[in-house]
Ligand binder design. Sequence first.
Ligand SMILES: [Zn+2]
Length: 443
Amino acid sequence: MQKPQLPATLPAIEDEETLYSWCASVHALASGTNSGDTSHALFGNGHSSRQHDIPRGLRALQGHLSCFSDNCIELLRIHTVAACYLPFMAPSDLELLATEISAGVKPHWRRRLLSASRSLPIKHPLRFCSACCAEDTAAAGRPFWHTRHQFPATWVCTRHSEALWIFSGHPRRWLLPSPGQKGSARLSDLNTDVAATAAAVGQAISKLRIINTDALRSCTLNRLRDIGVIHSLGGARHDRLASWFCNSAMGRMCAADTSGTSALADGNWVPAHLWRKKRDHPARWIALWSALQWRSADEACSALMEACSDAAPTDKGQYLLFEPQEHPTRAPDHVYAAFEICESYEAVMAHLHVSRGDVVRWLESDPELRRIWKQGIHSRRLHVTEHRLRKSMIDWLASKPNLEGFLESNEADLHWLARNAPSAHQALVGNLRRRGAVARTLF
Ligand SMILES: [Zn+2]
């Protein structure tokens, strides 16, 4: 068999270009047409041409990319989806990873790095932005796959705000992005604001060296409480939490993303992710953080930076056992708005699609909401009662006045007024007596 030939000069790898993309460019310049041959020439095996997320023959590739010859972790960080995964690894795990790659041991490291899970598989379909393709062709002479487009839950290009084209198939050969790519389509249920947030969150994570997941978890719980999804840091109804995620814009996009994050769509993983401390799939953090109802991608990213910084509170797991005395928490604005127009628990429950327990907890944890609600109900009832009594009085004056009869037929309203607004009651009764006196002299 003829030995496959690599081009005499290999192309430089571009900033943000994936390893798969660089290999595809090498293949385009190589003498052979079979990508398996080029894969053999680059990696010493024929399989790596199909691994567009992270090629397992990374050690061989380091030899061709001299700037990374002694730093496989940086190669992974800049040129593969591992950029989103590495910040979640402990320093000792990173060292082990580097050792395993350098030693060329069997690629278990690849599964470990990608947190591959059979029960909750996260796929990385190839994605590209057509505006980036045009720019890259003009600037670099060729289109290429961008690392940041391949992150989990990324459906838009943050540079051009364009929906990404998603190649859902599993390529058997190296491909370069092209708008006419067979099998590529855009996400059907795209909420552009949330998609922009998710893409920005993935990129923000990829820029971090290490993430303190305890602090991140703690900040996520606080945020969920602030937006009214949970009421206590120690736990919540699992079905309610899952249903919140499932019905969020983020959950709906995951459901539509059949070639990527659809395994996350039902939200059933959220409670375990929050309260069962173990290493979680980084894609879940991207999906969950992006679903936390941020006003903008910037707000989501700066809150994420704060959560991942050392300044964030660390709980070390203790509040799960000893829940702190929770300070009064302001209920979310939409809850305030509901209490403004609803007069009963049932009305609030129906309006917000929540349980009686939720209503009780909001009122218990926010004294201000309780005070405003009670005040609102009181002033509305006072207004209605006074209006009814005034109307009744006019009717009474128009007919043959009999004060005792009037007092009797309006007993309930007058009683309520006497108890809840004594001064208004006195004024009304005084007025009635005067009118009654006048009426008696007339008849
Ligand atoms: Zn773009």
